[in-house]
Design a protein around this ligand. Structure first.
Ligand SMILES: Nc1ncnc2c1ncn2[C@@H]1O[C@H](COP(=O)(O)OP(=O)(O)OP(=O)(O)O)[C@@H](O)[C@H]1O
Ligand SMILES: [Mg+2]
Length: 464
């Protein structure tokens, strides 16, 4: 059976007659004459379409329509009205009915309207199927993890995925919190449902509340006439990431805590509680205990979130991950920029392993992107302009048996590259007792170039 239709009319004769005119092989038709049996059927059968009588003895059809639309919004409803009740039919449409049929109408009209509704449902089902195929097909980028510290974090992530608990992900910027949140979602039973993320920093407090919880018609000036569902409702059965939870407005934290404790919430301006099934993943690079002590973050919300907590270590604390990550990124950028880099120069590897990486994996990725762009051969070379763009650079570079020190203090109007060159040349000359041939060899440049630099330096020197 492709579809299931429910006819709800308090007169059995009407139910039977409609059932007879609609019955075919594709459709299962159920009937109900009172609200209790209707509710029971709705709870136990997946209904696609309801034909709903407008006059149901003591109950009013519109209130039943509202109830259906509230709890089963995907079910289409066609109202059955009497002749001369066009106003009522219009009201029904306003409340979400798909269409209406006047009872005395010919069965051809009835069949036509029902088949139109079923076509609509067929299309919706097709779109849903396409969407879910797309979701299942969508490749989630792998989380690279070679170090013990990261392996432990990923093991925890796997356990929390299966437990379907809310998760708190902390770690410095660029450590991979969002990537891991996506991984948790894709490893969980919710993998084929929606995955949404909202950044608490980017949206001001009151707007954030309506984004999260939605609002009822007329809840505030400027509210849409029909009201609006919030992200919490949209993420039903899926995962909602709250990025930078530390920046959530303290008033909103109270409302949010109530929701995660009770699983229910009110839309803004609403009087009726709503229930949804959402898994939350909160991320932050802030120090939450510190925010708690400063009374900027509710301690009860912190303890609640802290139950399933994963701390993603900074990249400099898990050096074993650096080269594997670099390799994955080289592969990615080789494809993007049509390059075929297969090796990393020793100098670059040395730099990658010893850099601070305050921007963590994101910074590493950006660095590799730039190096790939600039490299011509098959070996990825160090990008010295980037090296010199750092705020305060101190680097030790070994050439042969000699160690060079670079200490640069970038100021406006200084040419760092030049400063670095001069410093290296000076040191090479010093180390070789001013033997230009040896110094040039040490620096890996032709002697003529060294002569040129020495000449330039002499010219640049201020005259007394
Ligand atoms: N372990 C990893 N394996 C592969 N790629 C990673 C890994 N960790 C991070 N990345 C990549 O590094 C970049 C930054 O990661 P992400 O955005 O998840 O960091 P974040 O911790 O959420 O940062 P922020 O705190 O600034 O929001 C992304 O391109 C991500 O794909
Ligand atoms: Mg992030």
């Amino acid at each position: 059976m492709e579809f299931t239709i429910l006819i709800f009319d308090d007169e059995k004769l009407v139910c039977d007659s409609i059932k007879r005119s609609l019955s075919d092989k594709e459709t299962q038709i159920l009937t109900a004459q009172d609200i209790d049996s209707t509710r029971k059927i709705l709870r136990s059968e997946p209904i696609d379409l309801i034909l709903l009588d407008y006059k149901l003895g003591a109950i009013d059809g519109i209130s039943v329509l509202k109830e259906i639309k509230e709890y089963y919004p995907s079910i289409l409803v066609i109202m059955l009205t009497a002749y001369g009740t066009i106003d009522l039919a219009v009201e029904a449409m306003k409340n979400g009915a798909f269409d209406f049929i006047q009872k005395e109408e010919d069965t051809i009209v009835l069949k036509h309207i029902v088949s139109k509704a079923l076509d609509n449902l067929r299309l919706k089902k097709e779109v849903e199927k396409l969407k879910s195929e797309n979701r299942a097909d969508r490749k989630i980028p792998p989380v690279i993890s070679f170090s013990n510290k990261m392996n432990k974090a990923m093991k925890l992530a796997e356990q929390y995925s299966a437990a379907d608990s809310n998760v708190l992900l902390t770690g410095e910027t660029g450590t991979g919190k969002n990537l891991i949140a996506r991984q948790i979602h894709s490893q969980s039973s919710r993998f084929n449902n929606i995955f949404l993320a909202i950044n608490c920093t980017a949206i001001p407090g009151d707007l954030m509340e309506s984004e999260l919880f939605g609002y009822e018609p007329g809840a505030f000036t400027g509210a849409r006439q029909k009201g609006k569902s919030g992200l919490i409702e949209e993420a039903h059965n899926g995962t909602l990431v709250l990025d930078e939870i530390g920046d959530m407005d303290i008033g909103l934290q109270t409302k949010f805590l109530h929701f995660i404790e009770n699983g229910e919430f009110y839309r803004i301006g609403g009087t009726r509680t709503r229930q949804v099934n959402v898994r939350f993943i909160a991320t932050t690079n802030a120090d939450l205990p510190k925010l708690v002590s400063e009374k900027k973050f509710r301690s009860d919300l912190f303890y609640r979130l802290n139950v399933a907590h994963i701390e993603i270590p900074p990249l400099r604390m898990r050096k074993e991950d650096i080269i594997p990550l670099a390799k994955i990124f080289i592969e990615e950028f080789n494809l993007r920029f049509k390059k075929s880099i297969s090796k990393i120069s020793d100098e670059l590897e040395n730099f990658l392993l010893n850099n601070e990486w305050t921007g963590n994996v994101r910074e590493l990725k950006n660095h590799i992107e730039r190096c790939v762009l600039l490299t011509r051969g098959d070996t990825l070379e160090i990008d010295d302009t980037l090296l010199l763009n750092k705020a305060q650079i101190k680097s030790l570079t070994k050439i042969g048996n000699s160690t060079f020190t670079l200490q640069l203090d970038p100021q406006e109007n200084t040419n760092l590259l030049n400063e670095a060159k001069i410093s290296l040349i000076d040191q090479a000359l010093e180390l070789t007792n001013h033997n230009k041939t040896k110094a040039a060899q040490m620096l890996g440049i032709p002697r003529t170039s060294l002569n040129y630099y020495i000449l330039q330096k002499a010219k640049d020197k201020p005259h007394d």
